[in-house]
Design a protein around this ligand. Structure first.
Ligand SMILES: [Zn+2]
Length: 595
């Protein structure tokens, strides 16, 4: 693992300061359960929480997908960061100042592409923001005023302005010695046929687009005045995937958590206007259809979503398209339909925050809205048949039986078919789905059996490192049947020898990825099985049992060799094996008597 240019003592300080529960809470809704916290896993799709965080041990583990580790591992995984990137991210969170010295050439080369792109985006966002507040930005400022966007909103979302012209940003980047091909890769500059670079965003109001961790990964720009296209985004890059990004989330996730639901809108200005009007639990898709990834991302913060659609035909179609995704993602969804020909921006500016919130409160569940306005019974056989097919795929995806039956009842009424027939079809569809799921699960099943007793022993040792000296003097590892666990025992011994203690959140970094690491994490997170006075007793019982098992295995293998020798009529070998057996019995008696 490369530590990049970050001093070791700073890394230690960050590790000491970070609290995994606070950190994870920024991404997952956690509930206390005993000594741990649980929530829905952000790394796999699940409907009941199996993602567990231990504040005592400062580690996390998911019983559903086996993802686990310490705070650093969590940040790397969830934000797709390398080690140095994750350290820098956590440094900001914990307020640990990292030396900001100019990088050597070698260090610069070591920075990953993503890291260099992130730095570039931060630099460019500052550049655009300064243009907005400067005299070049008057037109853009006026535009914001006309749309009633205040300074607080502009600051929070770090709005900017790109000057009308072909090479303002390009010249600035050259002056800052930024390699222009990097800016091209980030989509900030474009290369023409003559191989010259020019600015992508010209004469536009600029919206920095952040990932949920608050790192700028792209830009959006709205043209001021006439021109096409009205909105322009950075192209997709190593940092930015449209279908996985929700605009505003990094700034509004706390409000979403507090209010218990998210309002989903379509564009930058819808979000800005609502936020500006005091409706802050908002996120926006970036002018793209809703995706499974969007839903999964939202699901980390809330299970209730109010989706705002334009009341026109296109709006209804969009709702029909995303409904399946919401249901599959187990998100309770309300359909907020605005009066014809108005968008959230118009609405909230005309009627204010209170009316908008009332509108949300009155909004029907999206499923009902869908049945009423999209499926409906239009008396047109072909339309109804198609609508029925579509609804079936929704219904089979619904896990909640009560919701499902209600939907079937409603759908049967609306479409005018017999409820029981519909139910039968749904059940058939569900059986097909579940058979497929079982087959898939079997394919993926792989197990590496390790001895349960030895596994328990290792867990005990990790939870009670004060027993490690006793483990070493008992020389118990050589009695382990599982080579993997014996090696792990040796790693523990070495670690303890080096540091004189076991810091679990640090130790987990010393485990190789794989079955054993998962198993250890799952046991540690579920911890506290042995406490107080019982530890010593359990410890010596385990030592005793592991030894007995070792002797038992020895006896068994001797017995097999003896039988084979007898079958081969090899009397000499038989004799030798019997002596060996006698010796073994003597040793066994002595060792096991000692306890
Ligand atoms: Zn998981």
């Amino acid at each position: 693992m490369t530590k990049g240019s970050i001093p070791e003592d700073k890394i230690d300080e960050i590790k000491r300061r970070i609290n995994i529960v606070d950190l994870v809470s920024g991404f997952v809704i956690l509930k206390q359960a005993g000594r741990s916290f649980i929530g829905l896993c952000p790394f796999h799709k699940e409907k009941t929480p199996s993602f567990t965080v231990s504040p005592d041990k400062q580690i996390f583990y998911c019983f559903g997908c086996g993802e686990g580790g310490n705070a650093l591992a969590f940040v790397m995984k969830i934000n797709g960061l390398t080690f140095p990137e994750a350290i820098r991210y956590l440094a900001k969170k914990t307020g640990v100042a990292l030396p900001d010295r100019p990088l050597s050439r070698q260090e610069k080369e070591q920075l990953t592409l993503k890291e260099r792109m992130l730095r570039l985006h931060a630099l460019v966002a500052d550049y655009y923001a300064a243009r907005l507040t400067g005299k070049e930005g008057q037109k853009a400022q006026l535009y914001l005023q006309n749309r009633d966007i205040g300074a607080e909103a502009a600051d929070t979302f770090q709005l900017g302005y790109s000057i009308e012209g072909w090479r303002f940003l390009r010249d600035y980047l050259e002056q800052k010695r930024v390699p222009l091909p990097l800016a091209e890769q980030s989509g900030l500059l474009v290369k023409n046929e003559r191989g010259e670079y020019y600015d992508r965003f010209r004469g536009r109001l600029i919206f920095p687009i952040e990932d949920q961790a608050g790192q700028i990964i792209a830009f959006g720009g709205r043209i001021l005045g006439e021109g096409e296209p009205k909105y322009l985004n950075s192209p997709e890059s190593a940092l930015f995937t449209k279908g996985k990004t929700l605009y505003g989330l990094s700034r509004t996730k706390e409000d979403i958590r507090k209010s218990g639901y998210a309002i989903l809108v379509e564009g930058y200005f819808d979000l800005l206007s609502l936020w500006n009007a005091g409706v802050k639990n908002v996120v926006a898709t970036l002018g793209t259809a809703l995706t499974r990834d969007h839903v999964a991302l939202l699901r980390r913060y809330t299970k209730d979503v109010a989706v705002v659609f334009d009341g026109d035909e296109a709006g209804k179609k969009a709702l029909a398209k995303s409904l399946g995704l919401f249901i599959d993602g187990n998100l309770h969804t309300r359909a907020v339909m605005l009066p014809e020909a108005s968008d959230p921006d118009d609405y909230v500016r005309s009627f204010g925050k209170k009316r908008f919130e009332e509108l949300i409160e009155k909004s029907p569940p999206a499923v009902e809205y869908y049945l009423d306005t999209v499926v409906g019974n239009r008396g047109d056989f072909e339309h109804d048949r198609d609508a029925l097919r579509e609804s079936l795929s929704f219904i089979t995806g619904m896990d909640n039986a009560v919701e499902r039956n209600l939907f079937i009842k409603l759908a049967a009424e609306r479409i005018g078919v017999d409820e029981d027939i519909l139910k039968t079809e749904v059940i058939q569809g569900m059986e097909k789905k579940s058979n497929e799921a079982v087959l898939k699960k079997n394919e993926n099943r792989s197990s590496s059996p390790v001895d349960a007793l030895e596994m328990n022993f290792i867990t005990l040792i990790l939870e009670h490192p004060d027993k490690i000296p006793a483990m070493i003097s008992a020389d118990i590892l050589k009695c382990f049947g599982s080579e993997e666990l014996r090696n792990l025992g040796n790693v523990i011994e070495d670690y303890y020898g080096k540091f004189g203690k076991i810091d679990l959140k640090d130790f987990v970094d010393h485990l190789d990825a794989g079955f054993l690491r998962d198993e250890i994490l799952s046991r540690l997170i579920d911890s506290g099985a042995w406490e107080g006075d019982t530890v010593d007793q359990v410890f010596s019982d385990m030592i005793h049992q592991i030894r007995r098992k070792w002797f038992k295995d020895k006896h068994r293998s001797l017995k097999i060799r003896l039988i084979k020798a007898q079958q081969a009529s090899d009397l000499e070998l038989c004799q030798r094996l019997l002596v060996e057996k006698g010796d073994l019995l003597k040793v066994e008696k002595a060792v096991l008597a000692k306890g």
